[in-house]
Ligand binder design. Structure first.
Ligand code: FES
Length: 568
């Protein structure tokens, strides 16, 4: 065991390592058995993860039972709805802390406990770099809350109801009175938002016990499966089954196919690219289009559909979905069990055909993410056609440019704003460097004067991200971003923007020689203030663009689990 280099031996240093760790642990705890870290993102300020310590207790029981030693390792956590200026700024910090603390300690295997949006990607990135045997447990979605007899989808119904209020279809009192019903129980958001998506991505990558993902947080079966995962990680350590053995190119292809089939969040694109970068897997932005865009949407969940995560679990869960897509999946991929990823799919069943559609009768055909290129996005941009309006997928219209989120909020509802339903809204300065942290602001609210006409969607383009619970004809992750000299920073009001999703193009109808003479707008440059100290400064100096997963350049690749120097 790796941990034996701390605990084995009869010298002064091994005495110190054992003595301080005894605290009631018997001699047998140090006899060469696997030491398992439970990397736990439970936090009162990340409320979607606050129950993970209860889950960890079940994992601990399983680890002891299988002959390992469980060790609780609290990790920095991020509450998606609270953290400013954006949780994405801190994802790489959590990934870095996970990597460094696993490596620095006498650990042989790792259980990663996450849920809220950034936590599972960050944990996977860190664990992938150290490459010790690791397994993920997602804390599971919350139960469905209801208000006045109707189910409430976390996030999606907030966006929808607030737009209804702005359009005068819902009173403010009614809007506010649904607040106490929104979050019914422990767990992460119950829509197919980023938390649900990334939990399923962890399973599609092979990094969870098969079938565990999507069990609602309060369901006792989650604790039973967590106990079994405790047993599994001990077995994984003995077999030396590492993240690099599980997360191969085949696994990433399966994740892309799964992402399309479930109608998952566009945030998965940056997270999967970042995880692949830690493993040296050759995953590109265009792979999302190549392997995913022709896959049908089978899961009828908000925001693309109707139901919520509790319904998906009742209807058969992920395996029932993937059974329909089995012919597309890469058969060579394995899971943390060492067995083929596709092995359990044949025994899966659909129990509610409205929640999980068959491949023959999908909710939508060709529903995966599309990747656009053109003179507006030389390194690519992302659109989720399933969440967009079909009539806007081919559109030409004049640009209306906003140089910052603040500029947008000040002007968007100005009655004198020169805007109609053909206008293309451009929001820049929201990329990894520009904000900094690439916030979820791309799904800009509609101008009131357009909403008043009954129009509910417009083409919107941004170098930031979009909430996984949001929808609309939104082109996001434009790379390079405006603050890095991308052409998005050169657009002027009135420039014609040409969107052609069927041909995967995004262009400005301005001659290249004219664009070359333009300078980035002073207002945008002013809004982008170079951070002077701390994490923000490290982040801005090292963050890569969205098409590379917005990881830090100095965190690419594996660091290994080796530490050669002693601390005493
Ligand atoms: Fe935590 Fe949605 S806010 S999962």
């Amino acid at each position: 065991m790796r941990s034996s280099s701390w605990y084995g031996g009869e010298d002064r240093d091994s005495y110190i390592h054992r003595a301080w760790m005894r605290r009631g642990n018997p001699d047998s705890a140090f006899d060469g058995r696997p030491q398992i870290a439970l990397v736990n993102t439970a936090s009162d300020l990340a409320p979607c993860n606050s129950h993970l310590t209860e889950v960890a207790q079940s994992v601990k029981n399983g680890v002891w039972e299988a002959g390992g030693v469980p060790l609780h390792l609290p990790m920095i956590s991020i509450g998606e709805t609270l953290v400013r200026p954006t949780s994405m700024l801190w994802r790489n910090m959590v990934a870095m802390a996970t990597e460094e603390l696993i490596r620095a300690n006498p650990i042989d295997g790792v259980v990663l406990l996450g849920g809220c949006d950034k936590t599972i990607p960050a944990l996977l990135m860190g664990a992938a770099s150290v490459n010790l045997p690791s397994v993920v447990i997602s804390g599971g979605p919350m139960l469905t809350g209801t208000f006045e007899g109707s189910p409430l989808g976390c996030g999606t119904d907030v966006w929808k109801r607030s737009e209804e209020m702005r359009a005068g279809l819902l009173s403010k009192a009614k809007f506010l009175s649904s607040e106490s019903a929104m979050i019914r129980s422990k767990g992460h958001c119950n829509t197919m938002g980023t938390a649900s998506t990334m939990s399923f991505m962890a399973e599609a990558l092979g990094m969870t016990a098969p079938g565990i993902t999507g069990i609602p947080a309060p369901d006792s079966r989650l604790l039973a499966a967590s106990h079994d995962t405790g047993r599994l990680i001990v077995e994984m350590v003995k077999a030396d089954r590492k993240p690099s053995d599980v997360m191969t190119k085949a696994s990433f292809i399966n994740a892309i196919i799964t992402l399309a089939g479930i109608g998952g969040s566009t945030n998965a694109v940056v997270h999967l690219l970042a995880i692949a970068g830690r493993l040296g897997v050759d995953l590109t932005l265009d792979d999302f289009d190549k392997y995913g865009s022709h896959i049908p949407l089978l899961v009828n969940l908000q925001p693309a559909g109707t139901y919520l995560m509790e319904d998906l679990h009742r209807a058969g869960g992920l395996h029932a979905v993937l059974r329909e897509l089995k012919d597309h999946l890469e058969p060579s991929a394995i899971t943390v069990t060492g067995k083929p990823f596709i092995e359990p799919l044949d025994s899966a069943e659909i129990f509610d055909k409205d929640v999980i559609r068959s491949a023959k009768e999908p909710l939508q055909k060709n529903a995966g993410i599309a990747i656009l290129h053109g003179n507006l996005a030389p390194s690519g941009a992302v659109i989720k056609p399933a969440a967009a309006s079909a009539h806007l997928l081919t559109h030409t219209g004049p640009a209306l440019v906003f140089d910052s989120v603040e500029d947008f909020h000040v002007r968007i509802n100005d009655p004198d704003l020169d805007v109609d339903e053909n206008t293309v809204l451009i929001l820049r300065g929201c990329g990894p460097k520009g904000y900094p942290g690439m916030p979820e602001v791309a799904n800009m609210i509609m101008p009131e004067k357009v909403l008043a006409k009954g129009v509910t969607d417009m083409v919107r383009i941004c170098d930031g991200r979009m909430s996984g619970t949001a929808y609309g004809t939104v082109i996001l992750h434009v790379a390079p971003e405006a603050a890095s000299g991308g052409p998005l920073g050169l657009i002027e009001d009135g420039d014609m923007i040409i969107l052609d999703v069927p041909n995967r193009r995004l262009d400005i109808d301005v001659p290249q020689e004219v664009l070359a003479k333009r300078k980035p707008s002073p207002a945008m440059t002013q809004a982008f203030a170079q951070p002077k100290r701390g994490w923000e400064r490290i982040y801005v100096e090292h963050v890569m663009q969205a098409d590379k997963g917005a990881d830090l350049d100095l965190l690419q690749g594996s660091s290994s689990s080796d530490v050669t120097r002693e601390s005493h």
